[in-house]
Design a binder for this molecule. Sequence first.
Ligand SMILES: [Zn+2]
Length: 178
Amino acid sequence: MTQAMPDDLWRDFPKTATAFETRFATEEDCRAYWIAARWGGEPSCARCNSTRVWTIREGTTFECADCGHQTSLTSGTLLEKTHKPLKVWFRAIFEISTRRTGISAKDLQRIMGFGSYKTAWSWLHKLRAAMVRSDSEPLGPFVQIDEGARRRQRRPAQGAGSGGRGGGRKSAARPHRE
Ligand SMILES: [Zn+2]
């Protein structure tokens, strides 16, 4: 498989429920997609950038062979600290992106089977904001949250649509090899 750029991956995000189920049949499929989007397929340590890492905690975290640092798949991203499987998030992204103007928090709650309306509302708000930003930078908001975005996340009243990533340059997620 040739290495796909995050943007290509995003364009490739399933547009139909059938395609979604085929593509993301298992949590492992979702992780592979996430790793491709975030690290170009080869995860690296968040502290020392080494690519000598192995998975722990059922594949949700990488431990570095060089410095011992543990990097969660979602740390530093919109999905940081989530306890839900990636598949659930991907499903929500799918549901929202395929009917961007139509879905309500109530709908999302019902479709996703969330126990609380509050959870559905916060997911919808968070993902929608990322999708607005993502017009110029498709998958970026999900996998490469910058400091500015973190601040915006903490202050939702500010609105998340107004740029902040000037220049549109994407930093390479791929580790540099010596
Ligand atoms: Zn390391």
